[in-house]
Design a protein around this ligand. Structure first.
Ligand SMILES: [Cu+2]
Length: 161
């Protein structure tokens, strides 16, 4: 009798361990799938604001172009225009020019020499303004989410834009 007791206790402990591992595995699967759902959940972009402004948007997550970005993607303005970006999303984004000092592989190839180099943090609910005084094609992206990309085309006499 005295030798059977430890065996029963051991069996009981093993059973409890198995049960614990099962619970931990189920919780992990729930956590991972809910993270993936929110991070990749597609969201419809908001309507574009009146020209010359741009809205920065995101869903619960910002894992790709399906749930965050700039609206509109391409804005054409006259030289001397002040563009205001408003962040309607719940996370910090940046307006970072695709140029020699700020670049990601996703940035389109461009010659940004002589153009304004922007790298502005725009917090949730905040906005940022920049006055463009040089005609050209300003490609920009968001540095924490480099798939967020857009373009401001500044037109001017003799600029070719
Ligand atoms: Cu961003």
């Amino acid at each position: 009798m005295a030798t059977q007791q430890p065996v029963a206790a051991e069996k009981h402990a093993k059973g409890r361990r198995k049960w614990m591992i099962t619970v931990v595995a189920i919780v992990a699967v729930i956590l991972v799938s809910s993270y993936l759902l929110t991070e990749y959940l597609p969201v419809s972009p908001p309507a574009a604001p009146s020209t010359p402004n741009v809205v920065i948007w995101n869903g619960v997550g910002c894992a790709g172009t399906q749930n965050c970005g700039f609206v509109p993607n391409v804005r054409t303005v006259a030289n001397g225009t002040t563009v205001t970006w408003t962040n309607n999303g719940g996370m910090i984004h940046t307006i970072t020019t695709c140029d020699a000092s700020h670049s990601v592989p996703q940035c389109p190839a461009m010659d940004a020499s002589g153009l304004d180099s922007l790298d502005a943090n725009v917090g949730a609910g905040s906005s940022y303004s920049h006055t463009f005084n040089k005609p050209g094609d300003y490609f920009y992206y968001c540095s924490p989410h480099p798939w967020m990309q857009a373009e401001i085309i500044v037109q001017g006499p003799g600029s070719g834009y």
